[in-house]
Write a protein that binds this ligand. Structure first.
Ligand code: CAA
Length: 260
């Protein structure tokens, strides 16, 4: 792959978008390579992913503007569909994905971060959906996920005002767009620490909890509770449920969760 680095550290996989000279802007090749990187994740071993961008200046500065500049209506729609497919795959990937955001997370960069389960950022992070200044709407899920994460009013303000609506890390934290803010030099360490905490927990339970939360958000509460019951029931009779509960009852630490 030309633009994606994939590194395994124990049970944590780290995907890095590596196109630093264009501030990691997303072109068609990167979208395909992201798909390939997800294919390469060994779900028998890896229990949490971190998604980040190369360099300290930018996480992802958006979709590639030069590539988009000559698209027809139909090609624009297809480009949006392609981005949405890949980002939806991240959102519904069986294991948790943590976005580690340093520097610019604009347009498609904010959108890919929002398709992750958890967003951690550095003090230098800047989030925004400046697309209307380019004559387009957000196209990789921004109109949908931003409104769900921070409410329609704040999402509309950020999107309608373009660059003026870009926000710094502290404001992103205040409105709930990110879970935590770290000094730039400490971001990856913090992301890896959280990923390792997640990786140590019972994998089937973590996966089922992700699915229950995601699927529940798409339906009414009563239907969501049925989804939860299924995911909850599915954990029983697993080795990890037996070990987790026996360890508690026997007042000892879990020896290891085995993902079965
Ligand atoms: N697409 C293509 N190239 C990009 C890019 C993008 N989104 N963002 C940055 N680059 C390139 C620049 O063209 C420049 O390349 P050259 O060195 O070859 O000229 C290089 O990255 C460095 O960028 P700048 O010189 O502009 O760096 P800066 O520090 O002066 O500014 C910035 C940084 C404010 C992030 C500025 O680059 C910028 O505004 N980028 C575009 C941000 C944007 O509008 N993002 C939304 C894109 S549309 C979108 O994402 C649609 C969607 O929803 C799917």
């Amino acid at each position: 792959m030309d633009y994606i680095l994939y590194e395994v550290k124990g049970a944590v996989g780290i995907i890095t978008i590596n196109r630093e000279k264009a501030l990691n802007a997303l072109n068609t090749s990167i979208l395909s390579e992201l798909d390939e990187a997800l294919d390469a994740v060994d779900l028998a071993e890896i229990r949490c992913l971190i998604l980040t961008g190369a360099g300290e200046k930018s996480f992802v500065a958006g979709a590639d503007i030069s590539e988009m500049s000559t698209l027809t209506k139909a090609e624009g729609e297809a480009f949006g569909r392609r981005g949405n497919e890949v980002f939806r795959r991240i959102e519904t990937f069986p294991i948790p994905v943590i976005a580690a955001v340093g520097g610019f997370a604009l347009g498609g960069g904010c959108e890919i971060a929002m398709s992750c389960d958890i967003r951690l950022c550095s003090e230098t992070a800047i989030f925004g959906q400046p697309e209307v200044e380019l004559g387009i709407t957000p196209g990789f899920g921004g109109t949908q996920r931003l409104a769900r994460l921070v409410g329609a009013g704040m999402a509309k303000q950020m999107i309608f005002t373009g660059r003026n609506g870009n926000i710094k890390a502290d404001e992103a934290y205040r409105i709930g767009l990110v879970n935590a803010v770290y000094p730039a030099g400490e971001l990856m360490e913090a992301a890896e620490k959280m990923a390792n905490v997640i990786a140590k927990n019972a994998p089937i339970a973590v996966r089922n909890a992700k699915k229950a939360i995601n699927d529940g958000l798409d339906v009414d509460v009563a239907t969501g509770l049925v989804v939860e019951e299924k995911m909850f029931g599915d954990c029983f009779e697993t080795y990890d449920q037996t070990e987790g509960m026996n360890a508690f009852l026997e007042k000892r630490k879990v020896e290891a969760f085995l993902n079965r």
